[in-house]
Design a protein around this ligand. Structure first.
Ligand SMILES: [Cu+2]
Length: 387
């Protein structure tokens, strides 16, 4: 008996919880059906809205216009990017011939222990390809790249930067060991700033504006090369040329009016033009020269802002290659193509015995297609080069 009362409530309790279970299950099923129906309704409404709106992009633009906030440029790398690669005016050949090529010849080292360098930054329109104009932030009297600075190991460089532009700029020398917050500080428009550094490391180095966003300042032409000769001279050569490789990102074709920077294309690394010394193919039209049997030295800096340069001379090998501009180690010899990283430099000696036209290129061939190619004319060959 004692167990009966004990079991009866148990049986009763079991029946009660079973009823409760079914009530809860029914309620949950009801909720689930309601939630599914709600989401189905939302999806139907979305589908209807997108059918009635031409594109979600124009919707974003309209919403940006309505709110005054530019949502469209917040994530604009997803937008279509228009290429102006290779777009030149009809008379491009004549314009290329009339263009005075940037003098690639390495200037002499100034005498004395102190080398004073003065640069004035200036907003100016330059041509980056025949008939293709671009609004740079560049160097007065030079455009882009800026002047080649040539010193010897142990000399002190006194750099005076004058900002003749309209926004703050600065100058960062990769050859300098110096506190950047002091030396590479922003200089406001109209001001000048002077700092000194001792050239302790031989090589070929980039200099550039380091003001934020650096991508925009370099893309707009604020870069150049400094060559620091080693105290113990490199082997003597017959010709020394400086090539600063860079790429350009245009927001228009630059023909009827100058183009400016397309920051979305710069971020997406989609250049319209790639150049040696700031102008597409200029040394194809106006080749660098040497005589058969002579040795030519190329100082190459890849200014970027982002892309590397894969230096190669068609029809030859790089007889001596100071990779990364490292002159404390012996050069590599007899190599075909050497990577010059964005923000880096390297030195190459090429001895060519046979008369001919020898293209020097970035062997990442999209760069050749966009203009990063020139010719070393050895002797007086006949005919032209297809590269
Ligand atoms: Cu700048």
């Amino acid at each position: 008996m004692a167990s009966y009362p004990a079991t009866t409530p148990h049986v009763q309790g079991s029946e009660a919880s079973s009823r409760a279970f079914w009530m809860v299950a029914t309620m949950l099923l009801g909720f689930t059906v309601a939630i599914v129906a709600f989401f189905a309704l939302m999806m139907w409404a979305d589908a209807r809205e997108s059918r009635d709106t031409p594109s979600s992009q124009s919707s974003a633009v309209e919403s940006a216009a309505a709110t005054g906030h530019d949502h469209a440029t917040d994530h604009n790398t997803a937008l279509p990017l228009n290429s102006f690669a290779g777009v030149v005016p009809e008379n491009a050949t004549e314009l290329a011939e009339a263009h005075k090529a940037n003098d690639a010849t390495l200037p002499a080292v100034p005498a004395g222990d102190l080398v004073k360098v003065q640069m004035t930054l200036k907003d100016m329109t330059v041509e980056v390809a025949p008939g293709v104009k671009y609004n740079t932030w560049a160097f007065d009297g030079h455009g882009a790249p800026g002047p080649v600075v040539h010193v010897r190991e142990g000399q002190t460089v006194e750099m005076t930067l004058t900002n003749g532009g309209t926004i703050p700029h600065s100058i960062d020398f990769h050859a300098a060991r110096i506190a950047p917050n002091v030396a590479f500080k922003d200089v406001t428009p109209g001001d000048s700033f002077t700092f000194r550094f001792k050239a302790t490391d031989p090589g070929v180095f980039m200099y550039h504006c380091g003001t934020k966003p650096v991508l925009a300042h370099i893309a707009n032409g604020m870069y150049g090369a400094i060559v620091v000769d080693p105290a113990k001279s490199l082997p003597a050569v017959d010709h020394e040329y400086v090539l600063v490789a860079s790429e350009w990102y245009l927001n228009g074709d630059g023909i009827s009016e100058p183009a400016s920077l397309d920051m979305a294309k710069a971020r997406a690394m989609m250049p319209d033009w790639t150049t040696f010394n700031g102008y597409a193919n200029q040394y194809v039209t106006h080749p660098l020269t040497a005589k058969p049997g002579e040795t030519t030295r190329f100082y190459v800096v890849a200014a970027g802002p982002t892309l590397d340069t894969n230096f190669h001379v068609v029809g030859s090998l790089l007889d001596r290659a100071w990779v990364n501009g490292d002159m404390t180690s012996p050069p590599q010899t007899g190599v075909q193509t050497v990577l010059v990283p964005a923000g880096g430099g390297a030195v190459f000696d090429v001895k060519i015995d046979q008369e001919g036209l020898y293209p020097f290129v970035s062997h990442a061939f999209a760069h050749v297609d966009l203009g990063q190619v020139g010719l070393l004319k050895v002797g007086n060959p006949k005919g032209t080069m297809s590269h």
